[in-house]
Design a protein around this ligand. Structure first.
Ligand code: ZN
Length: 566
C-alpha cells in the first residue's frame, strides 16, 4: 500500500491490541504470519513537526504560599482527568501506550509521542486518520459500543421512550448488556478515577481562605461524584477575588462524532492576570460608544450592549488535561455549556494569554517572516494580536441583533441568515474589532502609535487562519475579509518576491467600508444578498494559494510542556 510501510515488532504487536478482531492471544506463530501487515504512517515525523513543543510556565512570584499550595492540589486533581479522557477517546489507547513505552526504537518513540498528543492512534489534524494500523476511529469514540450505529441508537430510544433522557444525557455512556443497550452514568463508569480527584479538590478547598473558591471547589467535588453539575457551574461564574482557578469535569461534546451528545472530561488550571483584566474591563466601559461609533445607520446597530456584564478573564495557563490538551490547544474558551446556567448566570470568557503568546511566537511570527515585506513584518506584535483577539470576542455583541423582514415580521440575524450566519458573524467580529482600535487609542486604552501594528498583525493573522482552510466559519469569514480588502487596495502583493504589505494610505477607509458591508448584510437579513457576497469574495485566487502552500512546514500549533512541579 502506498501510504504505509511495514513496521517494527512493537508496532506489529500494538496493532493486534488495537484491532480487537485479531487480538487472539492463543494464536501460534504460524497463524500470526498470516495476519495483516502491521503499519505506521511513514510521514509520522512531519505530522509530529506540526506541533512545536513549547514550555508553558507562569511567574511563581505572582502567588503567595497559600495560593501555591492550592494550585498544586488543583494540578493533582487535573492530572487524573487524562485517565478518564483516554477511556472516552480511545479505550484501547492506554494498552497501546504501555506497549510503545517498552520499546526503544526511534520510530516507536515518535509513534508514542504522537499517540500522546492525539490521545489515541488517530491524527486529529487529519480527519482522525489512523497513523498506527488501519482500523478507523469509531464515530462514537469510547462513548458507545464501537459497532453501534446512529440508526440503532435512535431506534432503541424510539422503542423504549422511557430511556430517552438517560440515553441522550451528556453524562452517560452507552453499553451493550445481554443483547440490550443500557446507559451508565459517568459517576458510576469512572468512579475509581473520580473519587481521588474529588478528594484533591476537597483538600484544595480546605487550603484556600477565599470563600467563593472554597464554595466552588467543595461543590465541584460533590457534583463530580453525583453527576449533576448545575450548582458548581453557577459557583464558577461567581468566583471573586481569587488568583488560582480550575475548570474540571465533562464539558464539550465534539469527541462524540456519532450523536454529538456525550461530554468529554477536561481540565484547565490557571492564574488570573489581575492587571490585564482591569484593562479589558476598561474596553467594556466603551462598548456603548463603540456601538454608536459604527459606520452605519441606527437600524444596523440596535443590539442592546448594556447587559454584557459577563466576566472576561485573562489568565496564565498552568496545566491542562484531557480533552483540553488533545490536538490543537485552546487559546480562549467560553463556559459553562448548560443552558440553564447560561440563562441564570451568563457565561465566562477565559483568554489563555500565555498560550496565545506561545502560538503567536511559534506560528504567526514565522508566517509573517515568509509572507510580509521586511518593513511590515517588523510591525507584527503580540500586543496587537492580543487586542484583536479580545476585541473579536467583545465585538460579537455589536451591530444588529434583530431585524424586520420585508413582510414586517421581526426575526434575528441568526435565523434570517441560517447556515450563512456563522462566517458572516465571525468576519463581522474581526473587522468591527479592528475598526474600533483607533477609538480605543483615542481613549488611551491602546498606545496611540500601534495603529500600523494592528493592520500588519491582522494581515499576518489572515494567513494563519487561511491555512486551516475556508471550509469552516472562521476560515470562510477570513477569506471574505481578505478578498474585499485586497479589492480596495488595502493589501498589496508583489508577485516577484511573493510578499504582501499593507497600504497604510487606504487600509483605514477600506476597513470602515468592510465593517459597514458586514453590518448591513446582517441588518438586512437578506439570505440571497449574503449568498451573492460570499460568491464574489469567498474564493481563493492562485497567488494566495501559492503563498499558502509555502507555509506547510511551519508548525500549526504548540505542544504544551507544563513546567509546574508538584
Ligand atoms: Zn468569534
Amino acid at each position: 500500500m502506498k501510504h504505509f510501510k511495514s513496521h517494527s515488532a512493537v508496532i506489529a504487536a500494538l496493532i493486534l491490541t488495537l484491532a480487537f478482531a485479531f487480538a487472539c492471544r492463543t494464536k501460534k506463530a504460524k497463524e500470526e504470519e498470516a495476519m495483516p501487515k502491521l503499519s505506521l504512517l511513514p510521514d509520522i515525523q512531519q505530522r509530529l513537526a506540526k506541533y512545536s513543543p513549547t514550555e508553558i510556565g507562569f511567574d511563581a512570584s505572582l502567588l503567595a504560599g497559600e495560593d501555591r499550595q492550592v494550585l498544586k492540589k488543583l494540578v493533582s486533581a487535573a492530572q487524573r482527568i487524562d485517565e478518564i479522557f483516554w477511556k472516552q477517546s480511545c479505550p484501547q489507547g492506554p494498552a497501546l501506550k504501555k506497549e510503545l513505552e517498552k520499546s526503544s526504537g526511534l520510530e516507536d518513540k515518535d509513534a508514542l509521542h504522537f499517540l500522546r498528543i492525539n490521545f489515541g492512534p488517530f491524527d486529529r489534524q487529519d480527519e482522525n486518520k489512523p497513523f498506527i494500523g488501519t482500523t478507523p476511529k469509531p464515530a462514537g469514540a469510547g462513548f458507545y459500543p464501537p459497532d453501534l450505529t446512529k440508526e440503532e441508537f435512535a431506534a432503541w430510544i424510539a422503542g423504549h421512550p422511557d430511556v430517552k433522557e438517560e440515553f441522550e444525557s451528556p453524562f452517560t455512556v452507552i453499553k451493550r448488556e445481554g443483547g440490550k443497550l443500557v446507559a451508565i452514568p459517568y459517576n458510576v463508569e469512572y468512579r475509581d478515577d473520580l473519587s481521588p480527584l474529588a478528594r484533591d479538590l476537597e483538600e484544595a478547598a480546605g487550603l484556600t481562605s477565599n470563600p467563593t473558591l472554597k464554595k466552588y471547589l467543595t461543590g465541584r467535588a460533590a457534583d463530580l461524584l453525583n453527576n449533576d453539575y448545575y450548582q458548581s457551574d453557577c459557583d464558577w461564574i461567581d468566583l471573586k477575588d481569587n488568583l488560582v482557578e480550575i475548570v474540571i469535569g465533562p464539558y464539550e461534546v465534539y469527541e462524540d462524532g456519532l450523536n454529538g451528545l456525550k461530554a468529554s472530561y477536561e481540565s484547565y488550571v490557571y492564574i488570573n492576570d489581575v492587571a490585564e483584566m482591569k484593562k479589558i474591563r476598561g474596553y467594556l466601559d466603551y462598548l456603548d460608544e463603540m456601538q454608536k461609533n459604527l459606520p452605519v445607520k441606527h437600524q444596523y446597530k440596535d443590539q442592546k450592549v448594556a447587559g454584557l456584564a459577563s466576566p472576561l478573564n485573562v489568565v496564565f495557563e498552568v496545566f491542562t488535561a484531557g480533552d483540553a490538551k488533545a490536538g490543537i490547544q485552546t487559546s480562549a474558551f467560553v463556559l459553562p455549556n448548560d443552558e440553564r446556567v447560561r440563562e441564570k448566570k451568563g457565561t465566562k470568557k477565559v483568554f489563555l494569554k500565555n498560550v496565545m503568546e506561545a502560538k503567536f511566537n511559534k506560528s504567526l511570527i514565522p508566517i509573517s517572516e515568509r509572507i510580509l515585506t521586511a518593513e511590515d513584518r517588523r510591525l507584527v506584535s503580540f500586543a496587537a494580536y492580543f487586542n484583536e483577539t479580545v476585541l473579536h470576542e467583545i465585538c460579537h455583541a455589536l451591530g444588529p441583533g434583530s431585524l424586520s423582514l420585508p413582510d414586517g415580521t421581526r426575526t434575528t440575524v441568526n435565523k434570517a441568515l441560517r447556515d450563512l450566519y456563522s462566517p458572516i458573524e465571525e468576519a463581522k467580529a474581526d473587522i468591527v474589532g479592528l475598526y474600533n482600535i483607533p477609538l480605543l487609542m483615542k481613549k488611551g486604552w491602546i498606545p496611540a502609535d500601534m495603529e500600523n501594528e494592528a493592520y500588519t498583525t491582522y494581515l499576518a493573522g489572515i494567513f494563519r487562519a487561511l491555512r486551516f482552510g475556508a471550509a469552516e466559519a472562521h476560515g470562510l469569514g477570513t477569506l471574505l475579509q481578505y478578498n474585499f480588502l485586497r479589492e480596495k487596495g488595502a493589501f498589496l502583493y508583489d508577485p516577484q518576491t511573493m510578499k504582501f504589505r499593507v497600504n497604510f494610505k487606504s487600509v483605514k477607509e477600506a476597513v470602515k467600508e468592510l465593517a459597514r458591508a458586514f453590518l448591513m448584510l446582517e441588518g438586512n437579513g437578506d439570505y440571497a444578498e449574503v449568498k451573492q457576497f460570499i460568491g464574489r469574495y469567498g474564493k481563493m485566487d492562485e497567488d494566495t494559494q501559492r503563498v499558502i502552500s509555502r507555509l506547510q512546514d511551519i508548525p500549526v500549533d504548540i505542544e504544551p510542556i507544563f513546567t509546574i512541579k508538584l
